[in-house]
Design a binder for this molecule. Sequence first.
Ligand SMILES: Cc1ncc(C[n+]2csc(CCOP(=O)(O)OP(=O)(O)O)c2C)c(N)n1
Ligand code: SF4
Ligand SMILES: [Mg+2]
Length: 284
Amino acid sequence: MKKTLQEYKSVIEPVWCPGCGDYGVLSALQKALLSLEISPEEIIAVSGIGCSGRLSHYLNTYSLHGTHGRAVPLALGAKAARPDATVLAVGGDGDGLGIGGGHIAHAARKNVDITYLLIDNRIYGLTKGQSSPTTPVGLTTKTSPYGVYEDALAVLPIFLAYDISFIARAVSTNLRELTDTLAAAIRHKGMSMVYVLSPCRTFPVLDAKEMKSLFQPLPDDHSRTDKMNAMELAYVTEPMYTGVFYQVEKPTLEDRLQAEIARACGKENGGERIQIEQVLNSFA
Ligand SMILES: Cc1ncc(C[n+]2csc(CCOP(=O)(O)OP(=O)(O)O)c2C)c(N)n1
Ligand code: SF4
Ligand SMILES: [Mg+2]
C-alpha cells in the first residue's frame, strides 16, 4: 500500500520556536523518506544535543538522542550493527563542528553508509545564543560581548578535504531543493553529508529573507566528480552555492568489513564463518 507523509510523523509535537528553520528541515526529510518509500521501521535516526538534535524525536522511526557531539559515532555503531537499515545522523553546528568535529574525518575515512544532516544556524540555539564555530567574526553574542574574535570555519572545504563521498549544501528556506538533495543523499551508497543552513529565529545570525538572494544553485555545468572545481565553488561567497558539490563511489565500511571477515575466516577457519564459541574456546 502506498505510504503517506503521516507515517513519518511521530506523535511528539515539535517544541521549536515559531519560525525556526528546523521545521523546514523536518518537513523536507519526511518528504524525502516518503519519496524513497523507505518504511519507518527500516530507519534509525540518531541525533546529538541541541535544538536541531530534537529532530529525531519528531520522526516516526527508531531514534536515539545521544550526547552532545556524538551523533556520528552513534550512527556509525548503529549502521555496523544493522547494515540493512537506513541510518540518519542529525546535529547542529556546535554539536558537529565544535565538540563533535573530530568524528567526521574518521567516519569519512570509513565511508560508512549514513546520511548526516548538519544543521547550521551559526549559533548555539538550545543553550541560548553563544557563539559557535561558524558564527561570523565580529558578531556580538552572549559569549562574545565585544564581538567574536575567531574566524569562522570554512565548512565545505573541510568536508571536501576529508573526502566525504557525497557533499551537498542546502538551505531550510528552499524546501523543494532540500527534499531532492536529502533524497539523493539517502540514495547514495557511502557517507553523505547534507550541510543545511537554517535560520534561528530567537538568536538570529542568518536572515531568512536575505538567504533567498544569498544562496543560488550550483552552475549547471559543475561536474560532481571534479573535486578541485568543487573546492573553488565552495569558497565562493557571492552567491553561496547550493546543490551537490561532490559525489564519488568508493567501498563502504560494510564492504570493507565483509572483505575483512572473509579474509580472516579464509585464513583461520577454512573459509567457514567463525562462531563466537570457537573464539571463546581458543582462550580455554
Ligand atoms: C558535553 C556537553 N557540553 C555542553 C553541553 C551544553 N550544550 C547543549 S546543546 C549545546 C550547543 C548546541 O548548539 P548547536 O549544536 O549549534 O545546536 P542548535 O541548538 O543551535 O541547533 C551545548 C553547548 C552539553 N549538553 N554537553
Ligand atoms: S532557539 Fe533558535 S534554533 Fe532553537 S528552536 Fe528556537 S529558533 Fe530554533
Ligand atoms: Mg547551532
